[in-house]
Structures are given as structure tokens and as C-alpha cells.
Write a protein that binds this ligand. Structure first.
Ligand code: ZN
Ligand code: ZN
Length: 248
């Protein structure tokens, strides 16, 4: 079962509220020559779904069948992401949709991991770390070992725990969220603050967007291979991070 919506000219049709695939939708359009186009869909970003759909489908039924086939194939991918959402403290995306294939979650105090999943293999396309240099540098080798020994028979959450030799990841304690020390709020648009500087005794955190803005005011700030180098607005200690990766 699902719902169908059309516009008043009947030039577009939207399928949504599928029983088996919550949150998903497919919207088709018809051009003047009655050829199909794909207006919108809920599949993960980064793959040319449109090309495959258009090349394999010649009727509305074909489109839906192919769409359902994709969703069947993506079941493990979505289960893996749902596990991370449930069992980790995810700081970004704040309200994940079916389109995101990545999560940023807390690994330990001041350190966060970004995982980007491949929709078809559920193994990571990329693993990255955010946190003070002294933490991140020592974790880099652990991360690359984890990627090398990734067990595709195991789910993603279990692989991540094994990589970091943990039994569970830290979860947030309600009421202990720290505000950004630039804008003084916790949630700003779709962001929460989790970037901190290299000073072990400075406990302040910042939103990536606020910090990026702040870095543009620095005379000696620089960017090298996607990494932005600057200083903590409060204690002036070195702070480097990859905004491009975080604010995409
Ligand atoms: Zn802020
Ligand atoms: Zn600081």
C-alpha cells in the first residue's frame, strides 16, 4: 500500500507512505513528449539512481518495481544507519533523512567520528576523526587498521566497536549539552557544537559554522588540503578542522 499525489496538470506523480519502506518517496514527471523524468526521490545521495531508473523503466509500474528493488537492496544500509542513530550520540545530521549516507557521532570526550557508508556494501567509504590534534593523531592508525580489518559479515556498529576496542559508544546525558562559545546557543540551524581546540584545559566547544566564520577574521588562518588552521577564539590555542567535510 502507498499513497499517490498528482499536481493539477497531471504532469507529475508522487508515490509515498509505502508500508514496507517508511520515509521513502518517488516523484515522476512527464515532459511534453510523454517521456518520463524523475523529479525527486528518497534514495541516498552520491549514486546516479536516476540514470538506472530511466534506463530500465518504461512505465510507472517498472519505475516502482525498480525503486522497490533498490530499497530491498538498501535494507542493510538503512539498518546499519538506524543502529548508529540508536546506539551512538549522533551530532550530525541532526535529523537524518533517508538520503544521507553518513553520520558524525561521539567517540570519547572531545572526539567525534564521521562515517560515510557505501549503500551497497555497508562498508565505510570513509572514516574521519574530529577533535584535538593530540587525540586525533593517536587514533589515526587505529582507524586505518579498523578499515583494513573491516568484517563485512558483521554489522557496522559492531565493526566500529571492534575498531575502537569498546563495548559501547558514549551517549549524551540530557541537560549536559554545552553551548557554542561564539553564538552561545546549543542548536543553531541543523548544527550542535562539538569542535574544540588543542588546549587540554580549555573545555569550550564551537559550532563548525560559527568557527568557520570566525576563522575568516583571522590574519594568520590558512587552509591546506581541506584542513582549516586557526586558533581557539577563547584561549588562542591551535585549532584545526575540516569544515568542508562537516558542512556539506
Ligand atoms: Zn555557534
Ligand atoms: Zn580553547
Amino acid at each position: 500500500m502507498y499513497k499517490i499525489y498528482t499536481n493539477s496538470q497531471f504532469s507529475s506523480i508522487r508515490f509515498t507512505d509505502f508500508d514496507r519502506f517508511k520515509g521513502h518517496y518517488l516523484q515522476l514527471g512527464f515532459d511534453n513528449t510523454k517521456n518520463y523524468t524523475i523529479f525527486d526521490h528518497s534514495l541516498p545521495k552520491g549514486i546516479q539512481w536516476e540514470d538506472v531508473l530511466l534506463s530500465t523503466s518504461s512505465s510507472v509500474k517498472c519505475f516502482l518495481d525498480q525503486f522497490f528493488k533498490f530499497l530491498e537492496e538498501l535494507k542493510d544500509f538503512y539498518t546499519n544507519l538506524a543502529d548508529i542513530d540508536e546506539l551512538c550520540y549522533v551530532v550530525q545530521p541532526l535529523r537524518p533523512s533517508t538520503k544521507e549516507n553518513w553520520r558524525i557521532f561521539k567517540l570519547k570526550d572531545r572526539v567525534f567520528v564521521k562515517i560515510v557508508l557505501d549503500p551497497f556494501t555497508s562498508s565505510p567509504v570513509n572514516l574521519n576523526l574530529y577533535g584535538p590534534t593530540y587525540e586525533v593523531e593517536s587514533l589515526r592508525s587505529i582507524l586505518s587498521e579498523g578499515l583494513k580489518n573491516w568484517d563485512t559479515e558483521m554489522d557496522v556498529h559492531a565493526n566500529l566497536l571492534r575498531t575502537f576496542e569498546l563495548t559501547y559508544f558514549p551517549m549524551v546525558n540530557e541537560g549536559t549539552e554545552e553551548c557554542c562559545n561564539i553564538c552561545y546557543c546549543y542548536q543553531l540551524e541543523e548544527h550542535v557544537p562539538f569542535i574544540s581546540c588543542d588546549n587540554r584545559s580549555c573545555s569550550l566547544v564551537y559550532h563548525a559554522i560559527c568557527l568557520k566564520e570566525w576563522f575568516t577574521t583571522l590574519a594568520d588562518g590558512k587552509v591546506f588540503l581541506d584542513v582549516s588552521f586557526g586558533a581557539c577564539p577563547f584561549c588562542k590555542t591551535k585549532l584545526s578542522t575540516t569544515f568542508a567535510d562537516m558542512l556539506k
